[in-house]
Design a protein around this ligand. Structure first.
Ligand SMILES: [Zn+2]
Length: 50
């Protein structure tokens, strides 16, 4: 699964390792917020529909 921020920061997300270019926040409702370390933009990931 690839995560891409609008600033061009691309991270290949793997379940067994933490992303190097994003900071993970668990929102507690099945949603993960990933904060781009480059531009501080927040990208939301929804795991509820999996
Ligand atoms: Zn960014």
């Amino acid at each position: 699964m690839k995560l891409m921020c609008k600033c061009g920061n691309i991270e290949d997300l793997k379940t067994d390792s933490k992303p190097a270019n994003y900071e993970i926040r668990n929102c507690g409702d099945g949603t993960l917020a990933l904060i781009c370390k480059r531009c501080k933009e927040v990208v939301y990931l929804d795991f509820k529909n999996k």
